[in-house]
Structures are given as C-alpha cells and as structure tokens.
Design a protein around this ligand. Structure first.
Ligand SMILES: [Zn+2]
Length: 319
C-alpha cells in the first residue's frame, strides 16, 4: 500500500487516533513536488481526493511550524490583461482551474498596490467569522497594537484596502455606511502558545466596533446602547447577552495572565515595514504607563449591571 493511501485511510478513521479534518477547516497549500517531504515534516497533510497538500486552519502545525508552512500559501491576484507579462516577472502564476493569477505569499511584497482587490497575504478571512462578538484586548496588550508598530500612513493604506474590499458595508451587521460616515478597522487576534498573532482586519461600523471593545466603550456610550445593538445583531435575549459579555470578561481575565509576544507577520508579509518593534517583556509596562496618562479604560473589569449614561466630556471624546 502506498504511503499516502495509508495515511489517507488512517487520517479518515478516528479509531486509529488520527483526526479527520473536515474540508471547511483545511487550508490548501501549493507545495512543489520536490519539497513535499519538507512540507510533511512541517505538518502538511495530503488530501488524496483533491491531490493537494493542506494544513488545519489552526491547531495542528501551529506555532512556528505553521509559520514555516506559510511560504506555501497562495493569494489570488486580480491582474489586468495588459499587466500580465509584468506580473509574471514579479512572480505571478496562472491557475488554469480557477482561471486566475496567484502568487505565493512571500512574493506579495511585489504587489503592494491595490491591484489584488484588497486581499491581504496571510490573512485568514474566516477568522472569527462575520459574527458580532465582544472581543476584549488583554491589558498587557493595550496600546502596543498594529498602529503602534507601523507608520500612520501605512496604517491608513492598510485599512483603506480593507474598507475598499467590503464596499462600505459593515462586515458584522451588514449596514452600509452613509455619506459622511466611515467604517473602522478592527484587528482580530489569535492568542495561542504565548503569541498574539494578527489574523485578520475587519471593517466595522462605529457601533459594532464599540460593541467589540465593550469595556472601553461602555463609559463612552453607555452599556444599554451596546447591549441593544448586540442583542439586535445576534438575536440575543437579555440572558444570552449577559452570558456572552461575562464569557468575554472571563476569557480576557485568563489572557491577562500572559505576557504576549506580538506577531505582525500579516503586516510585514504585505510589504509594510515595522516602524518599531516591541518586546513582550515591555508591553505590560507600556500599557500601564499609557493607561495612567490617558483616561482609564476598563476592558478588564466586568460590566456593572446597570448602565451609566456617558459624561458630556466622555461623549465629546468619542466624537
Ligand atoms: Zn455594524
């Protein structure tokens, strides 16, 4: 029996102790034939039925191994016909099945413009789904976010790409922003094995963004406003809404215990340079120093049961 057949049988039979990974949880990779052994060592698996290598979207092959496999990830490009020769020179390849150009993520720095329709290399656009949820940031990570590490102009370029691809529609509630309003970019992070990794940037309307940063926003707009929107978008009753918020605070309390290493490979993979880096040992003290010099935020403190209207000053700050 061929090795791959054996592996396929084993991986599809839970009784052998191998996990079956459903198609929706797989991320397919373009592994050149001569590199298949290396990819296998890094945790890539062979899908015989599709004749393709894949990895689990997170979990197996995670951590540094997962990052090593990133070089086999591809990004589809939107290349105008007149540009195809130049694109080929820059590392674009043609996929006859999809009838689309693609390139490996390591070549993405060659395509820094909006040519590729706002797709960000290495981004997991399924991460966190398109569901609205309270997404509290651990205290040690406050302030040392993407905007802290890249130049303002780069951040503006990155977020405009994200806004453009969603055509001015909030990715969580589906509301189209009106003239004069604008979307806001929200960073979605994974927290695993001591690493806080940027996985995705979503474009949200203001109120959805405020709900995600519930702890920060409740003093600005009041808990009632946030809860009403969350209940409306998620179809929650009062009890489900309360449980959802309490669970978010439980999770952030757990994450507060770790000094997280910041992984911004998604930013650098897309050709943006880090203006500054931050050591995980320093993040907690940066957070503490900045919290002292700014109005207090309260993402770590559970909500009060009663809502409090914002003070006029807080309301003005939010404008
Ligand atoms: Zn929204």
């Amino acid at each position: 029996m061929l090795e791959y057949e054996l592996e396929f049988l084993l991986s599809n039979n839970p009784s052998y102790g191998f996990e079956h990974i459903p198609d929706r949880d797989r991320e397919y990779l373009e592994v050149p034939y001569r590199e298949k052994e290396e990819a296998k060592k890094l945790g890539a698996k062979w899908a015989k039925e599709k004749k393709k290598w894949y990895r689990k979207k997170d979990g197996r092959g995670g951590g540094s191994l997962k990052r090593e496999l990133d070089k086999y990830k591809i990004v589809y490009l939107d290349i105008p016909f007149s540009e195809k020769e130049r694109a080929k020179e820059l590392g674009a390849r043609w996929c006859p099945n999809k009838k689309s150009w693609y390139t490996f993520t390591e070549n993405m720095t060659n395509f820094p413009s909006d040519d590729h329709g706002g797709i960000l290399a290495g981004e997991d656009r399924d991460f966190g789904g398109n569901t609205l949820f309270v997404d509290l940031i651990p205290k040690s990570c406050w302030f040392t976010n993407v905007r802290y590490c890249i130049d303002r102009a780069d951040w503006d370029t990155l977020r405009r790409r994200v806004y453009k691809r969603v055509k001015n529609i909030c990715e969580c509630c589906g509301k189209r922003v009106r003239k004069g309003e604008s979307l806001e970019a929200h960073e979605r992070w994974s927290y695993k094995d001591g690493i806080q990794k940027l996985e995705r940037v979503v474009a949200l309307c203001t109120i959805c963004h405020q709900v995600t940063h519930y702890g920060h926003s409740k003093g600005l707009v009041g808990e009632e406003v946030l809860r009403t929107h969350l209940k409306h978008v998620r179809g929650f009753g009062d009890v489900e809404c309360e449980e959802h918020i309490q669970e978010a605070y439980r999770l952030v309390a757990e994450r507060n215990l770790t000094d997280w290493e910041l992984d911004l490979s998604m930013v650098t993979d897309n050709g943006f340079k880090l203006a500054r880096t931050v050591r995980k040992e320093d993040r907690r003290s940066i957070s503490a120093a900045r919290s002292e010099s700014r109005p207090p935020r309260s993402e770590s403190r559970p909500p009060r049961s009663e809502s409090r209207p914002p003070s006029p000053r807080a309301a003005a700050r939010n404008k």
